[in-house]
Design a protein around this ligand. Sequence first.
Ligand code: HEM
Length: 554
Amino acid sequence: MWALGGIPLSWIVGAALSAALIIYGYHPLKAWQLPRLPGPKAKWLIGNFDAFLGGRGMHLVFADWAKQHGSLFKIWFGAAPIVVVTEPKLGRLLILRNVERLALRGAPDLMTGRDHKIQIANLAAVKDKAQHRDIKSAWLPMFNSASLDVSCGLINNCAEQLCSNLAEYAAEGSEANIWREYGRLTMGVVGTVAFGVDLHTQDADNSNNSEAAKRLISSAQTLFEQNPFGGNIYSAILLLFPFAVPILKPIARYFPDAEMRKMAAARQLLYKTSTELLETARKQVAQDGKDAQQRVEVAAASATGAAGAPMSLEARKQARAVKPGSFMHLLMSSSHTADGSPFTDIEIIAQAFVFLLAGYETTANTLAFTTFSLAANPDKAAKLVEEIDREAPEGDVTAEHLLRMPYVEACVKEALRLYSPATLLGRQLGEATLIKGHTVPKGTGVMVPIYAIHRDPEIYADPEEYKPERWVEGTREYAADKHVPGKWMPFGEGTRVCVGQRLALIEAKIALAHVFRKFTFKLSPGQVPLETECKLLLKPKTGVFVTPALRKEE
Ligand code: HEM
């Protein structure tokens, strides 16, 4: 056996590794440049990571820390420090000024091959600034007001289908998990508005397509079950030892744990759907290139008509409209500005993948939380119904109707304040930044816990109460709140702001108008306060259970 001065080499290597581990565990905590920043006590090696393992939900963990340590403090993920800001104005500024989303080492770092390529190419994950700008520009025409005006018709169809599904519960006097019904609606909307296909998520349970639709929804749901702070054993280790990617990646590939296998299967199904959507779009172009091209004629650039005559405002708006269902065509006709190369198949599939995911659970949760809040506050529900009956008593709910329904908007905004699906915004500092007298080095992670900000009693009077009036200027409730930038950020801010926020809000308001003009909802017993859970997103723990009743006999 190898030995040095009589001591076996294996002993020396073991002692050196132990010393390195001990120093790694202590050193950064002591030596880092912000010793004056308060924060929860960090443990050797793990820092404050253990706080997220108790099942309390990260939104509540951060809210507790904010109460204990004030508006600026630091936490540790292993040896990585994170600065947490709960002062709205400062938090917003940091989110606005820094482009790179904070991505702790985790699940995507362990993926390999095509799986990995798709994971890092979607709009939400992509890091390269130029690639992000090109991809976001390709998405945006889907959400301009002209395109959304056109999409309203499709959203109305899905909302009507939701009402006929709810009418069945009403006829039987049975309980519905309205959170899941809204999930069927939002996935249906993604199908028609983005891809021009019926994903059959709202079909009757026993229909031919219902099994495939259920699998799609359940895969999307599974992916939201992922815990961003160490969802599987390997990503938990990576959070503590970010440099261990090259060692852990091959091990994880051949010995995935149960959680990784479950997530991989869910991703595969969504990739398959996304790939089929691309193939269908390609076939459409091959069959009728002209029509397909017309789908993406975003003539907004031209402010004059064909003959050079000035276009009216309405005509200009119309020209900017993208036909519903054109998302794949938009991506297929987009290119990178640097070299003019078209988007690759991987890039296109990655965007379809994230549209299917992001367009589904966020908006379904928002609708479920709004319906819960209204059912628990019948006086607010009565005001909402009064507005809907006055402004849009029947037929399609158009963008124009929505402009005349501020209370519907206020109800959604207030639910997004109390139950913002995203509870945390994060950025990586692009440069060394002076934050309240502390120079924070470039590359440090910054987190802004919006759940805590949205319930801060310094900003919101009676923060735990559902009061849509606080969003209606001129009311007592509006006057009682503080109005500071950054106090309401459910969609984030800046360059990485949610691309789908206008679609989400229009969809939520149309769905609520349809549902509340037709039904009243009785909450099943034991649901107040609502049990929530927060992994990737804040959601009702098991659902929102209501018994719908028709307002008027048909
Ligand atoms: C109520 C519904 C929704 C909420 C609360 C929500 C919330 C958010 C938040 C907080 C972010 C991160 C923003 C930041 O870091 O500053 C985000 C990003 C994003 N959202 Fe949404 N979202 C919703 C609906 C949607 C819909 C319907 C879509 C689909 C089209 C969508 C697609 C995306 C994408 C692709 C990003 C990444 C944008 C980027 O990095 O540039 N979201 N969303």
